[in-house]
Design a protein around this ligand. Structure first.
Ligand SMILES: [Ca+2]
Length: 322
């Protein structure tokens, strides 16, 4: 059965391919895409999102949200990885489609409150819009079936030693979301090092459909650019097998079919202070959780490892057969 979903993103390169997967998936009916400041500034994010929607062959409304974080200003963006415009400065044409007038947070609140059945929600960027929506209308948490988030790390971070970019960028916002009662699945960095990749063979298959499907064409160009950037930044060694592991793509794949990952329920806390650990997702893995600081706190389903075969099959089937 098709599930209705809202996606919040900060469209850089991995959001772009993630959106293409969601938009082409027969399992998901994307009601709208909301944009937030993150990988690059909000104007670029909106522009990128509109270009992605056009390449998807679907027509879905796009909404602009918050252009700053809740508390701290001047966080460093991720243009070093995603390019100045957030889409690798690739020559995708300017969008014909335009952004909606309604603010992203208004759209989120209205859509969730009006939904007849609890809907799905996916966040692929910093959680500024999501936190503001929960603050604006706390009742929305009761009408969400599952919030799937690309967020955090269990054993390590990326932006800092223990902090992943989306949480690190706006930890206060992440804390509001993680402290809420909303049912949550967290897709952290860890499964990207344990099966959550697309192999060079997978990328060839996608490329072979580039002329036929505009979404495969766009994804192919983004993957090629991602590989080039990873090599340039020394994140893949010359002698290593080529692969990509876009975090947001895995998160959307999990939202479509969570059986592609191993999930474990944990209490998760967001560090907003910390000399070295601001923005860390503190995952309580103690055996005796009755000693936890808040024993009634709702647990989060945390993805720990992915089944590479099932993951790549889901992506390839969706893009090649839709
Ligand atoms: Ca993102």
């Amino acid at each position: 059965m098709t599930r209705n979903v809202i996606i919040d993103c900060d469209t850089g390169m991995d959001d772009a391919v993630a959106l293409l997967l969601a938009l082409r998936s027969p399992e998901l009916n994307v009601l709208g895409i909301t944009c937030v400041n993150g990988n690059v500034g909000l104007d670029h994010v909106v522009n990128n999102t509109l270009r992605v929607v056009e390449h998807s062959g679907k027509d879905v409304p796009v909404f602009a949200g918050h252009s700053t974080t809740l508390m701290h200003a001047g966080e460093e963006d991720a243009a070093a990885v995603h390019g100045k415009d957030g889409l690798g400065n690739l020559p995708f044409p300017a969008p014909k489609k335009t952004v909606e007038k309604e603010h992203a947070v208004d759209f989120i609140v209205r859509t969730i409150m009006e939904a007849k059945e609890p809907i799905d929600w996916i966040t692929l960027g910093p959680m500024t819009n999501s936190a503001m929506a929960i603050r604006r209308e706390p009742r929305i948490v009761d009408n969400v079936r599952m919030l799937t988030m690309m967020a955090g790390g269990v054993n390590a971070g990326n932006t800092s030693v223990m902090s992943e970019f989306n949480v690190y960028f706006d930890p206060e916002a992440a804390r509001i979301v993680f402290d809420s009662r909303i049912p949550k699945t967290m897709v952290p960095l860890d499964p990207l090092w344990a099966g959550g990749i697309l192999t060079e063979e997978n990328l060839q298959t996608i490329k072979s459909a580039a002329d036929r499907n505009s979404w495969c064409g766009m994804a192919s160009q983004i993957f090629a650019k991602t590989l080039a950037t990873m090599l340039e930044l020394g994140r893949i060694r010359d002698d290593e097998r080529r692969y990509v592991s876009p975090p947001d793509l895995l998160a959307v794949a999990v939202a479509i079919d969570n059986s592609i990952v191993e999930l474990k329920d944990y209490q998760v806390f967001i560090e907003t202070a910390g000399e070295y650990t601001r923005g860390m997702t503190v995952v309580d893995r103690r055996r005796f959780t009755h000693l936890g600081v808040d024993k009634d706190r709702q647990k989060v389903a945390v993805a720990l490892a992915a089944d590479q075969q099932k993951y790549s099959k889901l992506v390839l089937d969706t893009w090649l057969n839709s």
